[in-house]
Structure formats: structure tokens, C-alpha cells
Design a protein around this ligand. Sequence first.
Ligand SMILES: [Zn+2]
Length: 129
Amino acid sequence: MLTTVRFEKSVIDSILSHALDTYPREAILLLRGKKGEDELLINDIVVPPLATHGVGFSGFPSLMLPLDLRVVGVSHSHPSGHLEPSSHDLNHFYGRIMVIAAYPFQSYSDIAVFDKEGSRLRWQLTSGL
Ligand SMILES: [Zn+2]
């Protein structure tokens, strides 16, 4: 049971700035990290190979994904500002968590983390430094 999701600050800041750079198209990033028994630490992001961006759609051919066991989830942006996963999102869930960044991508409250049932998970920044 996943109870804690922690992000390094640089990851969250990159998710927001990438979403802003890609706006009004959707941005998509792969999340890499470490899995513990009941917690996940996200400490790296990767731009997926052959990512496609469109209005209301972002995705990548899953067959083109590198076999990378450190990928624990996917982040994408919602230029609509709607901070909830769509049914399409849940049907294409990949990994342990889904991160959604909603327009205007200005603050940490524009980011939410979901499990594969679409339930919102609590997240926090690593307390390092
Ligand atoms: Zn979505």
C-alpha cells in the first residue's frame, strides 16, 4: 500500500516549467525514482522518446519505452486547468503513480498525484538540504 510520495524540489519545479513551456499543448514526462515498501521517492524526470503533443492529448508509443525499471510513473499536464484524471488517463495508467499538473502551473497546488484507481495521494517535497 503506497502511503507516501515524495519529490525532490527540482522534479516538481521541472514539471511546472515544462508544462508552462509546452502550453497550450500537453506536456508529458516519465518519472524515475526509488520504491520502498510503502513510499516512493521521485528524484529524476525523463522526456519520453517520440513523445507526441496535441491539444487534449499527449502520449507516447509504449512499445518505444526504454526498459527502465526506475520509471515509476508518468506526469502530464492539463492545459484545461482540470486537476483530475480523465477516464482516458486512467485507462492508460503506467507505473505506480500518475502526476497531473493543471494550468496555470504556478504553484504546488497546481500539481496532484493519483493512484491507478484515480484516488488522490498525498505528496510532499523531500526534506533534504
Ligand atoms: Zn490527462
